[in-house]
Write a protein that binds this ligand. Structure first.
Ligand SMILES: O=C(O)c1cc(=O)[nH]c(=O)n1[C@@H]1O[C@H](COP(=O)(O)O)[C@@H](O)[C@H]1O
Length: 235
């Protein structure tokens, strides 16, 4: 089965949020509401996606002590009809377990599954950035974090397309991989250091995050059509 395409609604203005939902709803079943849209237009964006029957990935990358993450997760899920939510794996095992516990309680209450995802190493980090943090070896660090995420009972990880094959191989096909940093052709990577193509992503991901490669295109209508054609051609 093909992965899900997820559109990152990284906007603050309602006109932009409306435009991108209207223009892409035939192609995307999943939308990601990240910090920018959530802080600027959270209630509005989530209500709009819910009315249209879209799946919502709330990407706030929670990172705090276990008690705070547990309570914040419950507060978010009691307010918003979310299908997937994430936490930073670097918050450590106890925070990940508290996050999972909150999700299970809320999923039980609302009788619906909510996917729990751990962010490994941000795709904006390179080996050099890692060294500055006193860490080494992206592949190995991502694998260590992915193991911690799996052992805490979460459903999957955010990682780049580069690490996703090994994660699938070591942690099993059912362990979800969510891959951002997707670029088409020779497009600028912007601030991303570990990018991947749609062709790479389709083989190794369960959820492929599409952001500025689409939403900053010179001609958005043409870019949406091109993405649709490419997507339909992929196996
Ligand atoms: O959790 C995420 O979604 C995420 C994790 C990560 O490691 N890297 C990353 O880029 N993201 C998000 O994925 C999207 C990538 O967008 P583009 O760089 O515009 O394609 C943004 O909304 C980021 O916040």
């Amino acid at each position: 089965m093909k992965p899900n395409l997820v559109l990152a609604l990284d906007f603050q203005k309602r006109e932009c949020i409306d435009y991108w939902i209207e223009q892409t709803q035939h192609l995307f079943d999943w939308y990601k509401v990240g910090m920018e849209a959530f802080y600027a237009q959270g209630d509005y964006t989530i209500a709009k996606l819910f009315e249209r029957g879209k799946h919502i990935f709330l990407d706030l990358k929670l990172s705090d002590i276990p008690n705070t993450v547990y309570k914040a997760t419950k507060a978010l899920l009691s307010r918003y009809p979310i299908d997937m939510i994430n936490v930073h794996a670097l918050s450590g095992r106890d925070t990940l377990s508290a996050f999972k516990e909150a999700l299970m309680e809320m999923a039980d209450l609302y009788k619906k599954p909510i996917k729990a995802i751990g962010v490994t190493l941000l795709t904006s980090l390179s080996e050099e950035d890692l060294q500055m943090l006193g860490l080494t070896n992206i592949e190995q660090t991502v694998m260590t974090l992915a193991h911690i995420v799996k052992n805490a009972g979460l459903d999957g990880v955010v990682c780049s397309t580069k690490e996703a094959p090994r994660i699938k191989q070591k942690l099993g096909e059912e362990f979800l991989t969510v891959t951002p940093g997707i670029r088409f052709d020779q497009l600028s990577p912007h601030d991303q250091k570990r990018t991947g193509t749609l062709q790479e992503a389709v083989k190794v991901s369960d959820f492929i995050i599409i952001g500025r490669a689409l939403t900053e295109a010179q001609n958005p209508q043409e870019a949406i059509r091109t993405l649709q054609e490419r997507w339909e051609q992929l196996p």
